[in-house]
Structures are given as structure tokens and as C-alpha cells.
Design a protein around this ligand. Sequence first.
Ligand code: URA
Length: 197
Amino acid sequence: MDKREEMKKIRDEVVALGGALAQERRANGTLPVLGEGNHDAEIMFIGEAPGKNEAATGRPFCGAAGKILTELVESIGLTRDEVYVTNIVKDRPPENRDPLPDEIMLYAPFLDRQIHIIQPKVIATLGRFSMDYVMRLFGLESDLEPISRGHGKAYKLTAPWGSLHIVPLYHPAAAIYTRSLRDTLDEDFKVLLTCLI
Ligand code: URA
């Protein structure tokens, strides 16, 4: 199966998924958000869960936080088409509440498969839920710190497909409310490029 077909299979499975968020999606006539970008991307961004705009369009990071993410990606000389952007949870939690542990458990296997399909050189986690999940997934639980200390650090490891850096970043939505975090994100994005050298 090629990468496109494998991604399509994941989409079909999420579309048909059980669980409260998927049921709510079907009741509301909104969309699951699988991910978007280059299936051969060197950098993969992993956020938390879709918000209102994302569930309405089926596209990740297409609202206010998405605008910031796009600017940050472009600030390091890349475009959104060149990277891959997804979330842990593929359906919108009501009222944009934090995802529950059970919801993360339900959707995470789809993310794990996406990571193995893309085989990125760098995974940039956006926000603490994604940092927590991805660092544990790759055996870095003993390196976990609060995001205020872990952001912008690059953790190097060997994944089944080769060398991988994990770089925890603040969630771009945090920069909407706290201007200084935008400066921090600008600086931390430069770290992503150093991981590709
Ligand atoms: N916040 C996220 O974590 N993901 C999105 O896709 C949009 C906002």
C-alpha cells in the first residue's frame, strides 16, 4: 500500500469510529480532522485536537492559531505544503475543552500510524498534551519537564526509520494571548532547522 492509501485507510477508520466525540461529530454534521501536508515531510507538527474552524472544514490549524503556525513555518523558509500537520485527537472536543485521557488513548493509535507512514526527521509537538504523548511514545518519559522548561529543546533518538529529533514547542494559540510567547516560538522554530542539518 502506498502512503496515500494508508492515510486514506486511517481516514476511513476514523470516520467510522465510535466514542462520544465521533458521535457528536456525526450528530453535528462536522468533520474529522486527519492531517494535511506532505506525506514525505521532514518535519511533522502535532497539535492537540481540532477547534471549531477545523471541525467545520476538516483541515488542521486553519483558524487563528493556524495563522500563527503558518507564519512560523514560513519564518524558517518552509511552506505548509512542505511539512505535515496533524493532531493527537482527530475530532473536536466540545467547547474546545482539553482532551480527556480516554480520548487521547482512543485516537493515539491513528497518530502512531501516521508517524510511521511519514517517517519524519523532526517531530515538533505543539502544546503540553502533544509533548507528553509523543515523548512517552518514544521512551523519553524521564526527560519530561513542564513545557516552560522543555520548549525549544531537541531530543535526538533513533526511530525504526532512522534519526529523529523531538522538539517540544508551545502551542501557537498561547501566543495569541501572550505576546512574549510569540517571540519564544520564533526562537524555538529556528531549532527545527538545526535538526535537519
Ligand atoms: N489547535 C490544535 O491543537 N489543533 C488544531 O488543529 C487547531 C487548533
